[in-house]
Each structure stands twice: as structure tokens, then as C-alpha cells.
Design a protein around this ligand. Sequence first.
Ligand code: CA
Length: 318
Amino acid sequence: MNPRISCWLFAISSLILTTTFTSAAYAAPNANASPGGGGTAGAAAAAQATADGAVTDAAAAQATADGAVTDAAAAAATADGAVTDAAAAQAGVNALESRLDDCIAGTTTGCQGADGQIGLTGPTGLQGPPGVDGITRDADICLLFNTLNGTYSLGLPVPNYCANYAVGDVGPAGGFVFYIDPEDSSHGLEAAPSDVGGYKSWGCTSTDVVGADETAVGTGKQNTADLVAAIGCTAFAAVSANDYSINGFDDWFLPSLGELNLIQQNLHLVGLGGFENTAYWSSSEFRVFHGWKQNFNDSTQALKPKNEILPVRPVRAF
Ligand SMILES: [Ca+2]
């Protein structure tokens, strides 16, 4: 080794060792530093720094507080604005109400005028499509009797008046309904509105007409046909009933004894039909010399000689 280099290395090594030792020699006194020394100055600086930090924090807090105050002030300003707006709106309402009162009182001008006139009528709409064909009910069309003016007309059925009858109703021909078909109230028997006029003998005295012997309800029509067809005699009561015609109906006949009984019970006893309070002829024959009669005064039935006269009330079926 170069002696000079070796000398420098030695010097450096010594210096290092010396430095190390020196540092160790000064370390002890630092551990017990007292005020006024170099350590004291450092601590003060640190404390100053801390104080500066605290000041900085306080300033930031103050700034935040200032900000909050500013926000509160802004909110207050907004609230004040809202109050102002509400006041303005109320003032507007008050003004409108005041103006309305003036308009109603007629103390101001410029108010809304009265309603205008209704406009012209619009054009007529288009015609609708044809309706569906109705159901044909010719069988139900009947003669309607107007009790107010005594006129008749053809019309559609009216409940309890035409298609659906009840005993005592005005019948299709203007008579008095005294019997209703129990299975079909549109059918029954009606008595003519009045007698044929004048008293009649039963007729065919001393002759037992072929047929004409039934007495039940529903047999008068056939009895009458038998009597009208009688050969060699005239059954006057039955013929007069058969010839009767009113309101366009000519299908009248002399009632059987049973039918005549219903007329007396269902019409005469309740004050309908304008009957005389006496006996009426039936179309029920009893052999050669008698016919059956119904006493309208006492509701009895009895035989009466064919040559005696009694009133006749025609009936018809509908
Ligand atoms: Ca007979």
C-alpha cells in the first residue's frame, strides 16, 4: 500500500471513531436537558407550532361558524321572501274579491258581461238503420171499447182489458165477460151488452128438436146451432140470439143453462149487464114441451113451457 494512502485511511478511521465517541459523549447530557438549553428551544418551537395549529383550527372553525351564520342569514332571507310572496298573493286575492264584489254590486265597469244568446240549432242527424221486424201478433189484436166515448177500435192487447180478461171486464165485442178459460185468460165467454129486445117464446112447441139438450158450460153454441137447424119449427129465442149483431160481431148464440147460471152469478148479482130481475131463456131443451130457464131474481133453475115468453140475452165465445 502506498504509505500516503495508508496514512489517510488511518486518519479517516480515527475520525470515525472519534466522531462515534463524541456522539456517545454528548448523548447523555441530552437525555436530561434543562430549560434554557438547546432542547428547550426545540420544545418551544414545537409548542409554538402546536399553538399555530390550534390557531389555524380555530380560524377554520370560525370560518365554518361564519359560513353557518351566512347560511342562516340566507335561509332567513328566503323565508322573508316567502312571507313576502304569500303577502303578495293574499293581496292579489283580496283585490280580486274586492273587484268581484264591485262587479256584483255593479259599482265598477269592465266586469264579465252576461251570457250570450244560444246558438242556432245544428243540422238534423242522419237517419238511423231500419229496426228489426216485429213479431206478428194478429191473434192478439182485438176490439178495444172506449168507455169514455163509447167507440171501438182495433188495437194491441191491454192487460186485463183485451188479451188477458177477467170476469166482469168489457169483452172483445163490448159485452160483459162472465167466464174465463181457466187455461187461457185471453179466451172466455161474454154476454151481449143488452137483451135482444122484447120477450121471446122458446119456440118449437110440441117438438123435440134434434140435439139442443146440453146444459153444461160450453154447450150453448151447439145447442143454438141445433135449434136454428130445427126442421118443422122455429126456435124463436135461439134464432133471435143467433141473428143478434153488434160492434161488428155476429157470432152470438143462446147460452146453455150452465152458461146462463154463470151470467146470473157473475154479472147480475154484482150489478153488471143491465139484466131484468126475472127469468131468462137458456138454449137447453127438455124434451117436447119445456125449456130450461134461470131465475135471475132468486138464482133458481126451472123448466118452463116453450110457448111462454122471457127475455133473451145472447152470448159469444172469444
Ligand atoms: Ca132435443
